[in-house]
Design a protein around this ligand. Structure first.
Ligand code: ZN
Length: 287
């Protein structure tokens, strides 16, 4: 499932072909994704100019020169492919990459400059909507979201307050989008391992110095993944196969049974189901 760095990579890949561009033609090949597309979807987008493309949590926001913003969520398996005269570019390859199949090409955007952006989604958990820009932050998808993990609003004081008295583990609470927006299973496992914090320790009892360190590590893990995504976008012109860049950088995610990569630790990475999701951790050095 795409997480914040992947969505940010997709944003960075799409921005050069969409920002400042007018949509000459929009095609919806089916009436729904996870949710029905708005009835006026094609009509509202055709002829609109995308002023900017931003990200909030795992949402892509195409700000239009019209009253609505096009909100896009990749769900589990959504991806974009960009076709340009100089060749195709896949904006973001994920851990579980899915080959684009024409039968899963659901929405097509053609820009006046000649680029074609196609949205593929085999499982159709992704969705698109048009939301009034003036009240965007009040929309149910956005109103309750916590701060972005790479923003100033996310710090140890914020976690200390949000986690006060909480008995759940930091793994569960870092996935709570009301506390911090955009973190997912993979990078939370990675960050807790690097911070040597047990995913199961009651979050309210984690000391402030450890929270300071955890915030730094979360930012570092995300920043490194975004940089890795950005470099693969730049390298794509030279590459001829699938990218699949993120799996190389995982230290614990999907690595049960492997030796713990933390320095001077003899532990073995374990997988445990927590709140219905796999938690990968080292029972020896994560306390
Ligand atoms: Zn360890």
């Amino acid at each position: 499932m795409p997480e914040l760095p992947e969505v940010e990579t997709v944003r960075a890949g799409l921005a050069p072909v969409l920002e400042g561009q007018r949509l000459a033609r929009v095609e919806a090949r089916r009436p729904d994704l996870r949710f029905p597309l708005p009835a006026n979807f094609v009509q509202q987008l055709t002829g609109a100019t995308i002023v900017s493309l931003t990200r909030r949590a795992k949402y892509l926001l195409a700000h239009l020169d019209r009253e609505d913003t096009l909100v896009m969520h990749l769900g589990m398996s959504g991806r974009f492919e960009i076709a340009r005269p100089e060749g195709a570019v896949r904006a973001g390859e994920f851990h579980y990459a899915v080959d684009p199949d024409p039968k899963h090409a659901h929405v097509v955007f053609d820009t006046e400059a000649g680029a074609r952006v196609t949205y593929y989604d085999p499982r159709r958990f992704g969705y698109m909507a048009l939301v009034n820009s003036a009240t965007l932050t009040l929309h149910p998808w956005f109103a309750g979201l916590g701060p972005e993990p790479l923003s100033e609003g996310f710090d140890a004081d914020h976690l200390k307050a949000a986690w006060a008295g909480r008995k759940q583990g930091p793994k569960t609470l870092l996935l709570d989008q009301r506390i911090v927006a955009g973190l997912g299973n993979i990078y939370v496992c990675e960050a807790l391992h690097r911070a040597r914090i047990s995913p199961f320790r009651p979050a309210g009892k984690i000391t402030r110095p450890r929270l300071v360190r955890l915030v730094e590590i979360i930012r570092a893990v995300l920043t490194e993944a975004i940089a890795a995504g950005g470099s693969t976008l730049r390298d794509y012109a030279k590459a001829d196969g699938a990218l699949g860049y993120f799996q190389h950088s995982f230290r614990v995610y999907d690595r049960a049974g492997r030796p713990c990569p933390n320095e001077a630790c003899s532990g073995t990475i374990a997988r445990q189901v927590q709140s219905g999701r796999s938690t990968f951790h080292c029972p020896v050095c994560q306390r």
